[in-house]
Design a protein around this ligand. Structure first.
Ligand SMILES: Nc1ncnc2c1ncn2[C@@H]1O[C@H](COP(=O)(O)OP(=O)(O)O)[C@@H](O)[C@H]1O
Ligand SMILES: Cc1ncsc1CCOP(=O)(O)O
Ligand SMILES: [Mg+2]
Length: 276
């Protein structure tokens, strides 16, 4: 760590991640599996898509973190998720939730409530998903966000306070809060929501960062800053979502700690109440 660098700063976490790539168990959807694995490898982590209940709990015992995504939810996936969460908790490792399209059906609403009750360290979703989880009106239909992140700010803060999770809301500008601390993160590219499974991949990267720090807020900020900086860099020279995709993988890999130190992160913490 260089002089003046905060212990939980994104650049410090990136250095730790690259020094010893964390093993991340990703229970994610069929659309995201390959994309998320490549994103983690490019960023400097070691992904393993291990989801069957016969082994998911045991595997969680050797992983640095577990990520759970309900994108292509089924009874079999759900059994694997529950086993992995128990395994992670027994091993004292964090797990991260991606509530894909949680507003869409009764099944998803019920499952996601049950998962939130099992105390994820981080919940990462788009604004429509976070609004729904916070019990507010959401314009979401399927997997894509259809609300602004600003509209979900208050709900995210309340969700963080009620669940004990750090809540990361993504969109054109991202917002991260643990209920008290909060930041806005700028960057990325409008081509990102035109590439499927980048949000799912970001959730997996939150797991990678959570594996290298005990502070889930710092982990979420680090992962989102990594995406914001790499996304902005990949946007340069990209003609559209197709040429953006390989540039983004390259950019994730070549982002340096110094570049992460320059991420546009703006504090929005709620001031602590002091004596009158
Ligand atoms: N309009 C945008 N401009 C810049 N970055 C964006 C934009 N929309 C989404 N992103 C980025 O894309 C990534 C995935 O976020 P998002 O699209 O909200 O997730 P999801 O795919 O789950 O809906 C995040 O890093 C986010 O910052
Ligand atoms: C298209 C689709 N359908 C079910 S899961 C999924 C991928 C969603 O990925 P993301 O939430 O990252 O856009
Ligand atoms: Mg998503």
């Amino acid at each position: 760590m260089s002089a003046g660098e905060k212990r939980g700063a994104p650049e410090h976490l990136l250095r730790a991640l690259r020094a010893e790539p964390p093993l991340v168990q990703c229970i994610t959807n069929y659309v995201a599996m390959n994309i998320a694995a490549n994103v983690l490898l490019a960023a400097g982590a070691s992904p393993a898509m291990v989801s069957d209940a016969a082994e998911a709990g045991e595997f969680a015992g050797i992983a640095g973190a577990v990520t759970i995504n309900i994108g292509t939810l089924s009874a079999a996936f759900l059994d694997g998720m529950n086993a992995a969460i128990l395994g992670a908790q027994a091993a004292g490792r964090p797990w991260v939730l991606d509530p894909v399209a949680c507003q869409a059906t009764r099944y998803r609403r019920e499952v996601v409530q049950m998962l939130v009750a099992q105390r994820p360290a981080i919940i990462r979703g788009n604004a429509s998903e976070i609004l729904s989880l916070a019990g507010e009106a959401s314009h979401g239909r399927g997997v894509d966000g259809r609300d602004t992140v600003a509209a979900a700010e208050e709900g995210a803060r309340r969700l963080a306070q009620s669940s004990g999770a750090v809540v990361a809301v993504t969109g054109a500008v991202d917002y991260v809060t643990d209920g008290q601390r909060a930041v806005w993160i700028e960057g990325g590219s409008p081509f990102m929501p035109m590439n499927t499974a980048l949000g799912c991949s970001l959730t997996c990267l939150c797991g990678a960062y959570a594996a290298v720090t005990d502070d889930a807020f710092d982990a979420a900020v680090g992962a989102l800053a990594h995406f914001a900086v790499a996304g902005a860099r990949a946007h340069e020279g990209a003609m559209g979502p197709g040429s953006f995709a390989p540039r983004f993988l390259d950019a994730l890999a070549v982002v340096t700690p110094a570049a992460l130190a320059g991420a546009a992160i703006r504090d929005a913490s709620v001031p602590a109440c002091g004596p009158a």
